[in-house]
Design a protein around this ligand. Sequence first.
Ligand SMILES: O=C(O)C(=O)CO
Length: 324
Amino acid sequence: MSADKPRLIRSVRLLAAAEKRIEAEFLAPPSPATPLNTAAILKLAHEFQPTAVLVTHHAPLKGQDIAALPDCVKLVATVSVGLDHLDVPALLARGIAVSNTPDVLTDCNADLTMMLIIAACRRAAEYYTLMKKGWGHTLGMDEMLGHRVTGKTLGIIGMGRIGQAVARRAHGFEMNVLYHNRRQLDPAQEEGATYYASLEEMLPKCNILSLHLPAAPNGQPIMTARTLGLLPRGSVLVNAARGALIDETALIDALRSGQLAGAGLDVYRNEPNPDPRILALPNVFMTPHVGSATVETRTAMCMLALDNVAALVAGTPLPSPVTA
Ligand SMILES: O=C(O)C(=O)CO
């Protein structure tokens, strides 16, 4: 190890290719066996005096945590596209650059979204549970029927990169795609979807609704008893974005009452211990926040985070800076 290599710390073990690159290009403490929490990150930062801190969405850096970072830290590189675990303005105000990992995870997140849509509409959780328990009787013609996916109307809230990638996939299922976004996109980015400025107008038209926007900074959910009530009875809700987008008590009520036929969830308010009332519902297909969890995507995310560290050290523009 050469003492003049740039110093970094990471809150999680990275993919093998990235760990190899760290060994070759950087000076770093041993890879953590389990993800470090915020206090452990701060302790390690003081001990190791790194230029860059690599984190994921598991460990928030906000308020006092940012004040507590040592002055040597010049970059917080998050291995995620989401930024809700960071107070970006406070980091930038302290003269610490921030980078994230957009684009490289778009397709995998959109693929997982399609999985959740199909699984929720076709009652995958209930079928899987039945098979595991012992199928044992021939299903009647009208027993355990799901909902057709092909040709349905899909509403997308948040038409960024991932929302657009979901719209592209939905056309393969001959879906009618609607979207709500802060602003209407250029026609070339709309992916054949129809823009609705108001949720009040769009939601009543959706058989399936999928969320692809960041969590609000104040944690206010976009899906509440009111907005869930605007969906047609028997619709399906999918969330592979952030748990804070949904009022989970309202979601549970909607799933119990039949207002929602089902839900497909990858994210939860309380990760990694979702509300047990959600876990107990038969009509929810659940995954443990794995939108980007493929070898290809996680490797690309780690490498992009390291590209940002390398660029900072070289004094060249960061490949994926976060500016506000
Ligand atoms: O990149 C993100 O924001 C994630 O949620 C990782 O899966």
